[in-house]
Design a protein around this ligand. Structure first.
Ligand SMILES: *[C@@H]1O[C@H](CO)[C@@H](O)[C@H](O)[C@H]1NC(C)=O
Ligand SMILES: *[C@@H]1O[C@H](CO)[C@@H](O)[C@H](O)[C@H]1NC(C)=O
Length: 426
């Protein structure tokens, strides 16, 4: 063992003695559900020790089943070949703070920050979040594309924080465009494209976007089809709040200024949340740079006083005199969706559309070869070799890699290196 490894181990053992139960104790006691994760960790003592040393975190630990499902997805292949994705993926499973089950059940809806804070994967200040939905004491984590993950067992407290066991891996929220297309929101994507603001929206940070359904665009086809690009841009910008990520649990009324300039007004009524006269029909869809809520009417910046009839199931369009046209749903002709959607109802007042991530090809994370391993290490080192202790940690990781990790154990060890490096870095 090299002296650098010894240094790390000595520091970690000191931390252990001070805190009682260790991560190892938890993993060993839950072998029936965490043996895969545990064997990954046990395959490399150093990584295991460093993992144990991370402080003030909540680990969302995928069960044996969750990990075996991952082996058969396209995501597994991507994780094995894209070190940045691997880092993002792992850091999305680590919450920034110690959250016990009671923190999730104390509110029906919640959002909790993770350590995933890399610009390529998250433009949400303070780290991309996971949404929580608590019903009858059970907790579901909602991540990208409305993916739902259930908490199986929870509150395994240990020296570095706490651990909950989850039944599937979490889905990193995608771009606005990809997420809308997965949800079949083709008119909205087409309109953003037509106005030329799609790319800017995808690259913005901390946005809240109200996305009208295709039916909503269709209902005012006569009006939107005759708009100038400038008018269309104004209408679309009236659906965007920049600089604030407003999850639905943060909205109960009041108004917010939009990117267009005018404000939108929020109202609760009839068990729904309304934006001007539009009902939110699908809420809290996480995207890489914020959150999307789907609305059943296009908002009109020239009609800021539009109010809903909360007892009615549908609302009159906010554009006076607008009608559908025979030409089909506006803006959709050039927009193609590639995935099918399924509907779930996790948010109650607002139903949520979940979509398969389209992962079908076979892949095995253990296929990560030594070249990819080196890339992983270099990429993470490039993230920030300035932190105290960090260089020592990575030197140790490299040394351990050189000692020869095998198969899934090797991948896991690298994964843990990447994950921990991101903790260190952030
Ligand atoms: C974050 O912002 C950068 C720079 O604007 C952009 O290139 C990147 O695609 C964005 N990523 C996400 C996930 O929003
Ligand atoms: C404003 O919206 C309401 C529906 O809430 C609609 O009845 C009215 O015609 C709209 N007014 C204008 C000027 O578009």
């Amino acid at each position: 063992m090299k002296w650098r490894q010894l240094l790390v181990l000595t520091a970690v053992r000191a931390a252990r003695i001070a805190h009682g139960q260790t991560l190892e104790d938890v993993l060993t006691s839950q072998a029936a559900t965490l043996s895969t994760l545990n064997s990954w960790l046990l395959s490399e003592e150093l990584i295991f020790e460093v993992m144990s040393n991370a402080q003030g975190i909540t680990l969302l630990a995928p069960s044996n089943n969750a990990i075996s499902q991952l082996y058969n997805t396209a995501l597994a292949t991507q994780l094995a070949t894209d070190p940045n994705l691997l880092t993002a993926f792992l850091s999305y499973h680590v919450l920034n703070g110690v959250y016990q089950m009671s923190d999730f059940t104390s509110n029906r809806l919640g959002s909790f920050p993770t350590f995933m804070n890399m610009a390529g994967y998250s433009n949400v200040s303070g780290g991309q979040t996971i949404e929580t939905l608590s019903e009858n004491g059970a907790v579901t984590f909602i991540t990208g594309n409305g993916a739902e993950t259930n908490v199986e067992t929870y509150d395994f407290k240990y020296a570095g924080g706490t651990l909950h066991i989850i039944d599937s891996v979490l889905t990193i929220p995608g771009s606005v465009t990809d997420t809308l297309l997965s949800g079949g929101r083709t008119a909205a994507v087409g309109a953003l494209r037509r106005a030329g603001i799609e790319d800017a929206l995808n690259a913005a940070s901390d946005v809240t976007i109200f996305v009208p359904t295709n039916d909503a665009f269709n209902a005012i086809g006569s009006t939107v089809n005759s708009m100038t690009l400038e008018q269309l841009t104004q209408v679309l910008n009236y659906h965007i709040i920049q600089g604030k990520v407003l999850y639905s649990q943060l909205i109960s009324g009041g108004s917010e200024a939009t990117r267009e300039g005018n404000s939108i007004n929020f109202r609760l009524g009839g068990g729904s949340l309304f934006v001007n006269s539009a009902r939110i029909v699908d809420s809290d869809i996480l995207v890489g740079n914020g959150v999307v809520h789907v609305v059943d009417n296009v908002l009109n910046p020239s009609n800021t006083t539009a109010t809903p009839v909360t007892t009615a199931s549908t609302q009159a369009p906010a554009f006076d005199g607008a009608t559908t046209t025979t030409g089909g749903v506006p803006f959709t002709s050039a927009v193609v969706t590639t995935t099918t959607t399924s509907t779930s109802t996790h948010t109650g007042t607002a139903t949520a559309t979940a979509s398969a991530t389209g992962a079908t090809s076979s892949g095995d994370p253990s296929a990560l070869d030594s070249a990819a391993a080196d890339t992983t290490i270099r990429a993470v080192v490039a993230l920030g070799g300035v932190r105290a202790g960090w260089t020592v940690f990575w030197a140790s990781c490299l040394a351990a890699a050189g000692d020869g990790w095998l198969g899934a154990g090797r991948v896991s060890a690298l994964a843990m290196c990447a994950s921990l490096a991101s903790l260190w870095y952030l």
